[in-house]
Design a protein around this ligand. Structure first.
Ligand SMILES: NC(=O)c1ccc[n+]([C@@H]2O[C@H](COP(=O)([O-])OP(=O)(O)OC[C@H]3O[C@@H](n4cnc5c(N)ncnc54)[C@H](OP(=O)(O)O)[C@@H]3O)[C@@H](O)[C@H]2O)c1
Length: 303
C-alpha cells in the first residue's frame, strides 16, 4: 500500500511517499481503508522527535493519529463492527496511509463528509477533556487562547452550547469566524489583558490555553490564581503551577465523545472549518502549513 513514512526524526523533508506492507488485523483489531486523515500539530512535533514521553515512536513511522474510513477487515473476535462500516476514530499504525489499524472508533453518520469526520477525533476529545477538567458551567466566562484553531474552535462551540460566555484570542482575520461561533474575539499580543478585561468586564472564570504562546502568567493574573487554567500547548506549564493536559481519557469515554461529536457535526451543531485537502504525496506541504501555526482550519490528507 502507499503510505507516508519517515525513517529519521527531522523537518518535513524526512517524510517519504513510500510503498509498505498492509497492516494485518490481529485478534480484536480492525483494519480500515483510510478515506481522510486529519493533520494535527502533534504530527510534526512527533516527527521532530519532541514527543517521545507521550508518544514513544519506533522508526520507521507513519504519521497521523486520526482518520475517517471504511472497515475492510476485522481480526478474530471483533463483533462491534464489520467490513463495509463507515467509521471515524484513532489509529494505532498511522493515518497517512491507504490502510490503518483502528484504535477507538465510532460509526460515521451518513451525512458527514470524510473530511469533516476526520477532523473530529483529536479536537473533540481534547476540547471535551479540557472543558471537563476546568469544570466550566453555564453562566461562567471562559477565555480561550488560540480560539480560531481547530481545538480552540471546537472548545468554543461546546462551551457556548453549554451556556458559557466565551472570549477567544485570534488574529483579526479570524474575528468574524469567532463571532459566528458565538465567542467575543480579542486580538492577541501586547495589551491582551486589558482587551480581555474590556471584553469580559465581570472577569473570566477559567482559561484554556490552546496556543502555547507564553500566555500563562497573564492568564493567572486575570484569574487571580492558576487553579482554573489548563494548557494543552505550553511545555512550561509546570513552571507556572499550571496543569498541562496531555490526554489519557479512558477508551469508553473517548468512544462516547466521538459518537456524540459525530452526531453534533452531522446535525450542523458542531463545525470544523476545512482549510485545505492534500493528496498523500503532499503530506510534507501539509506539515509545513501546520507548523507555520496559522492554518485557517483543519488540514486533511486524502490517501
Ligand atoms: N495536549 C493535547 O492533548 C493536545 C491535543 C491537541 C492539540 N494540542 C496542541 O494544541 C495546539 C493547537 O492545536 P490545533 O490543532 O488547534 O492547532 P491549529 O488548528 O493549527 O491552531 C493554531 C491556532 O493558534 C493560533 N495562534 C497562533 N499564534 C497565536 C498566538 N500568539 N496567540 C493566540 N493564538 C495564536 C492561530 O490563530 P491565528 O491564525 O488567528 O493566529 C491558529 O488558529 C497545538 O500546539 C497542538 O499541538 C494539544
Amino acid at each position: 500500500m502507499e503510505a507516508i513514512v519517515y525513517e529519521t526524526f527531522g523537518g518535513p523533508e524526512v517524510l517519504r511517499h513510500s510503498r509498505v506492507g498492509k497492516p494485518e488485523p490481529g485478534p480484536g483489531q480492525v483494519r480500515v481503508k483510510v478515506m481522510a486523515a486529519g493533520v494535527n500539530p502533534v504530527d510534526y512535533k512527533i516527527r521532530y522527535g519532541w514527543m517521545d514521553a507521550f508518544y514513544p515512536t519506533t522508526l520507521p513511522a507513519v504519521p497521523g493519529l486520526e482518520f475517517a474510513g471504511v472497515v475492510d477487515a476485522v481480526g478474530e473476535g471483533v463483533t462491534h463492527t464489520g467490513a463495509g462500516a463507515e467509521v471515524l476514530g484513532w489509529t494505532t499504525t498511522g493515518a497517512y496511509a491507504e490502510y490503518a489499524l483502528a484504535g477507538d472508533i465510532a460509526a460515521k453518520p451518513a451525512g458527514l463528509s470524510w473530511e469533516r469526520a476526520a477532523s473530529l477525533p483529536v479536537a473533540g476529545e481534547t476540547a471535551q477533556r479540557v472543558l471537563d477538567l476546568l469544570r466550566v458551567k453555564s453562566g461562567e466566562t471562559l477565555l480561550v487562547h488560540g480560539a480560531a484553531g481547530v481545538v480552540g474552535s471546537v472548545a468554543v462551540q461546546l462551551a457556548v452550547a453549554a451556556g458559557v460566555t466565551v472570549v477567544g484570542t485570534a488574529s483579526e482575520a479570524n474575528h468574524g469566524h469567532l463571532r459566528a461561533l458565538g465567542a467575543t474575539p480579542v486580538r492577541y499580543g501586547d495589551g491582551l489583558a486589558e482587551r480581555v478585561r474590556q471584553a469580559a468586564p465581570r472577569g473570566v472564570d477559567a482559561v484554556l490555553d490552546a496556543a502555547g504562546q507564553g500566555v500563562l502568567p497573564l492568564s493567572i493574573e486575570l484569574l487571580g490564581g492558576a487553579e482554573r487554567v489548563v494548557t494543552i500547548a505550553d511545555p512550561n506549564a509546570a513552571d507556572h503551577g499550571v496543569v498541562f493536559s496531555a490526554g489519557g481519557t479512558e477508551p469508553r469515554a473517548v468512544r462516547t465523545g466521538l459518537a456524540e461529536h459525530a452526531r453534533l457535526a452531522a446535525e450542523g451543531l458542531l463545525d470544523v472549518r476545512i482549510a485545505e485537502v492534500f493528496p498523500l504525496a503532499d503530506a510534507a506541504k501539509a506539515h509545513e502549513l501546520s507548523e507555520a501555526g496559522h492554518a485557517r482550519g483543519k488540514l486533511i490528507i486524502r490517501p
